[in-house]
Design a protein around this ligand. Structure first.
Ligand SMILES: [Zn+2]
Length: 243
């Protein structure tokens, strides 16, 4: 859903050589699928991303996979270790704090912009999204709940319509998913549904600063539910998702 809408705001002139040759779309698909797996916690921190296996699963050559992994590494979602390969990143406690700090700076700016642009269509899409979250929660689909929770924040960035801000938000949302997996208490839900709902209501009523306060409280809430007291690196068993 987000993919389609996102591509529609991509300026036509921004097509790269790869897109003209039809190779970039495949790269985008692989990139999206890996990010999706990260956001649904199917790919966990520390998982080795084996080039040959990914190349075989996605039916592309290794060069293509290397390009996708380089992009993910650039965004901090993947860590590359010389002579060992690429791994799903395991953000440290310090990195986790920086990511929440960055979100508390970025998201109020997105909210303030969105309030000025909020029309019926955008508000409806936000409510629809929260309805999907609720349905996933009621169905007990934990993977979907985690992904949809992150995507609520991406939807706000997407509706603001600034590609560089959306890019930042995507990176921060993916990293937050990894952080939640590493440091979450087992029974804590991702984003509480009612908090998303309150944010939408404030946006709908044009109460920009109220919406900003709510989003900051929401981010604080998520950060507080995490156990960021452990400072040592956590070892995670490697798991071949795409193998
Ligand atoms: Zn949230």
């Amino acid at each position: 859903m987000l993919t389609d809408d996102r591509s529609s705001i991509r300026p036509r002139k921004a097509r790269t050589t790869g897109q003209i040759l039809g190779t970039a779309d495949k790269r985008d698909t692989i990139y999206e699928r890996i990010l999706h797996a990260v956001m649904e916690h199917r790919l966990i921190p520390g998982t080795k991303l084996v080039e040959e296996k990914l190349a075989s699963v996605f039916e592309v050559n290794r060069t293509r996979i290397r390009e996708v992994l380089a992009r993910l590494a650039h965004e901090g979602v993947v860590t590359t270790i010389p002579n060992r390969g690429a791994f799903v990143a395991s953000p440290s406690v310090e990195e986790a704090r920086y990511i929440f700090h960055a979100r508390r700076i970025l998201e109020p700016a997105l909210i303030r912009t969105l309030v000025t642009q909020a029309d019926e269509e955008r508000i409806r899409r936000l409510y629809d999204h929260v309805a999907q979250e609720r349905a996933a929660r009621e169905a007990g689909d934990k993977r979907a709940v985690i992904r949809l929770s992150g995507e609520f924040h991406l939807l706000i960035a997407e509706m603001v319509g600034s590609p560089p801000l959306l890019k930042l938000m995507r990176e921060l949302a993916s990293l937050t998913c990894l952080i939640i997996l590493l440091y979450d208490s087992p029974n804590v839900p991702a984003c509480p549904n009612h908090e998303h709902l309150e944010i939408i209501k404030a946006i709908e009523q044009g109460q920009g600063e109220n919406a900003v306060d709510l989003v900051i409280a929401h981010l604080n809430h998520i950060e507080e539910t995490l156990d960021l007291s452990v400072s040592e690196e956590q070892e995670v068993d490697l798991e071949e998702i795409f193998g």
